[in-house]
Design a protein around this ligand. Sequence first.
Ligand code: ADP
Ligand code: ADP
Length: 225
Amino acid sequence: IPSLEVSGLAYAYPDGTQALFGVDLSIGRGERVALLGPNGAGKTTLVMHLNGILTAGHGSVHVAGLAVRADTMKEIRRRVGLVFQDPDDQLFMPTVREDVAFGPANLGMRGAELDRRVRDALERVGMLDAIDRPPHHLSFGQRRRVAVATVLAMEPEILVLDEPSSNLDPAARRELAEILKNLDVTVLMVTHDLPYALELCERSLILSGGVIAADGPTPALLSDR
Ligand code: ADP
Ligand code: ADP
């Protein structure tokens, strides 16, 4: 059963702009896949369908077999971990600990179990030392790693990252790449950073004009461009 299955997904915005024209894709558990494509291709629109920010006009999205629908939204939001491009859209609590605890606490987790979740998530992104610090005292690269931890703490089925390498210096870029490679989770990353896609994702999808124009091994796809 795939982590993510999108079938015949079409979507038009209220003003009539057709952004997606029948997208089909399937991502198996544990795969790391890059979503590439020019501005306006529909990448953001597609990602917004994965956790129900937008709901399918036509077609369907399933996450580990569960359809994204109004009545499944709570579980879907747990299964689909969205990491925004700007970590400051994701971090709003006085300390790193509270930011990472926010999601699981919302699910009702408390005490030692919650503490373990928070520590595990921070450990996985190499930020456990910062647990008691205010996020705004951290570097941008560190804040992005904490943003990833807030999502990992939900133990998602799939981690979806919007431009994970943007605004990182070379050292922070390398650190994040190592972290993402070692996570034992399905990953879909939207990126314009072809070297990053090549390094991290064995497979890439190219979205163009609201359709999947190519789907295959990243080196083969990039050598065609
Ligand atoms: P990204 O950099 O993620 O590809 P874009 O630059 O395409 O994002 O879009 C940035 C924001 O502007 C998004 O929230 C998108 O929904 C919105 N947007 C893009 N095109 C339009 C449009 N034609 N009308 C209204 N909003 C738009
Ligand atoms: P990408 O993320 O690949 O840049 P988007 O999903 O942001 O692409 O946009 C796909 C298409 O939908 C573009 O034509 C864009 O202008 C349009 N679009 C995006 N957001 C809106 C919106 N809120 N209202 C109307 N059109 C939009």
